[in-house]
Design a protein around this ligand. Structure first.
Ligand code: ZN
Length: 502
């Protein structure tokens, strides 16, 4: 290891240790912490966050980064770490300290304001806060455009924060392709949906038995309980401390058995990624997934491409039926397979099916692009939201909670993040198509052999952590970069096959 890098690594380890404690508090808050703990925990987290900032942003680290810029013998890992840390530095340095402070204060309370607005179903409570967040984000993006350059628009700068190298121009084309594919499929699906019988899914499935089945499912797809745990939270999520401590949550609904099943598989896909990162990279700034989109590709690959396929369920469905004998006694395999693949336009993104999901993302993408690059009033944002739901999905929100207030992202200042979900879906299909060319994928699934799949993903994706970009990973693995054609073809083929034969 380069000697100067070794010094930097010592500083970064301190940063990492603090981050780990913050992540652990966050996990605890969402899963087990008693209600009244929140105030003191928030105070402790505030102090730790301040220390986190001081550990990372200081003259010693800055000096080491400068020295490392001159070093010629850095290996790929060292270069990747340097790139990551420099990026955090440069972004922070573009923004005047007092503005950054003001913005941090705003975003530390904005989520609570959003929660209150959502609870009271009243966008006007959140609108002034959202307006401030957008104004800050515009200003920060302008700094980058002026001082750094290289971005066509403000929104391009934000996109680059989440998915390096992706531009508005590319995404416009991507979403146009998705629209052309998905909208006609949705029209076909809507006409035939009343022929699908799915009442079995809403019978009573005791939570205790669901827990048993979900634990089995997680293990079945390769989740290692020596390196991870499953807990319960209102909204399922994955969090990781390092590659030997990865935590997922699921939420059990007694009258909707699918909900927990597919969220366990989804979060399990995220977890496999984190568990698969090389020991040499974990506990460092490049110890996580390559990008948000790459991460989402792993969860979606397991949840949808694999997890909703016939081959996957052939060995698993009998186990489900065995556990829920009464609830599923009149349900055959075909009914179940059609049931878990039923698509239906809806208002809520997080509950959307595989086919309509990206339309929800497209709506947010178009609105974000517009309010970042132009000037929109808060009232116009709300109106646009409702119009676009009507236009793309044929459903109209009747109130703010099921409309413009439904997502937490904007309240956290995460603007430009949504497209990663759609990119992830497309990448999942690209990888799925690739897997079929390098192994007998369906045969493996039918035999209940998931290990060869996990091993392949680990070898070509997981182990690299953030030392390779998503585009590099895709090129090295499949021979080509991001290409959404695999996704649109997958959707066409899948939904035509299911719905044509009804
Ligand atoms: Zn996810």
């Amino acid at each position: 290891m380069n000697q100067i890098f070794e010094q930097l690594k010592k500083e970064l380890d301190r940063v990492q240790a603090l981050e780990m404690s913050l992540v652990l508090f966050g996990w605890d808050n969402a899963t087990q912490a008693p209600k009244e703990a929140i105030e003191n925990t928030a105070k402790a987290m505030g102090i730790l966050s301040g220390e986190y900032y001081n550990f990372l942003i200081n003259d010693k680290v800055k000096g080491l980064l400068k020295q490392l810029d001159q070093e010629k013998d850095l290996d790929a890992y060292e270069k990747a770490v340097l790139k990551e840390v420099k990026k955090s530095y440069e972004d922070l340095e573009l923004i005047p300290a007092e503005e950054y402070q003001e913005y941090s204060e705003l975003t530390s309370i904005s989520q609570h304001v959003w929660e209150e607005a959502k609870e009271k179903n009243d966008f006007s409570i959140f609108a002034p806060t959202l307006n401030k967040i957008i104004e800050f984000q515009k200003k920060f993006a302008d700094y980058a455009l002026e001082k750094k350059g290289g971005f066509a628009t403000r929104y391009d700068k934000l996109l680059n924060d989440y998915e390096e190298g992706f531009t508005t121009k590319e995404l416009d084309e991507f979403f146009e392709q998705l629209k052309e594919t998905i909208v006609p499929l949705v029209k076909m699906v809507v006409k035939k949906n009343d022929q699908i019988k799915k009442d079995y899914a809403y019978r009573t499935y005791p939570v205790e038995q669901q827990r048993e089945f979900n634990r089995f499912l997680a293990e079945y797809i390769g989740f290692d309980f020596n390196k991870g745990v499953i807990a319960e939270s209102v909204h399922p999520f994955t969090t990781n401390l390092h590659n030997k401590d990865v935590r997922i949550t699921t939420a059990y609904l007694e009258n909707l058995v699918e909900s927990a099943m597919f969220s366990t598989i989804h979060e399990g896909g995220h977890a496999l990624y984190e568990m698969g990162v090389d020991d040499a990279f974990t506990f460092s700034p490049v110890g996580g997934g390559s990008s948000m989109g790459m991460h989402e590709s792993q969860s979606r690959l397991f949840e949808n491409n694999i997890g909703r396929s016939r081959a996957f369920w052939e060995p698993v469905f009998p186990k489900l039926k065995e556990l829920f004998k009464e609830q599923l006694q009149d349900v055959d395999f075909d009914t179940f397979m059609i049931g878990i693949n039923k698509a239906e336009p809806s208002l809520i993104r997080t509950e959307a099916d595989e086919l309509t999901y990206c339309l929800h993302i497209m709506i947010r993408y178009e609105i974000e692009k517009q309010f970042m690059n132009e000037d929109l009033t808060m009232e116009e944002i709300k109106e646009l939201w409702n119009q676009k739901y009507e236009e793309y999905l044929g459903v109209a929100p009747t109130n703010d909670t099921e409309g413009v207030l439904q997502d937490v992202h904007w309240s956290q200042g995460s603007i430009g993040y949504f497209p990663s979900y759609a990119i992830g879906n497309a990448v999942a299909s690209q990888i799925y198509a690739h897997l079929k060319t390098v192994m007998p994928l369906e045969e493996h699934l039918r035999n209940g052999e998931l290990q060869p799949i996990i091993d392949y993903l680990r070898e070509h994706i997981h182990r690299f952590g953030k030392t390779k970009t998503m585009q590099q990973i895709l090129k090295d693995m499949t021979g080509e970069g991001f290409n959404p054609i695999y996704y649109t073809e997958y959707l066409k083929e899948k939904y035509t096959a299911i719905y044509e034969n009804l």
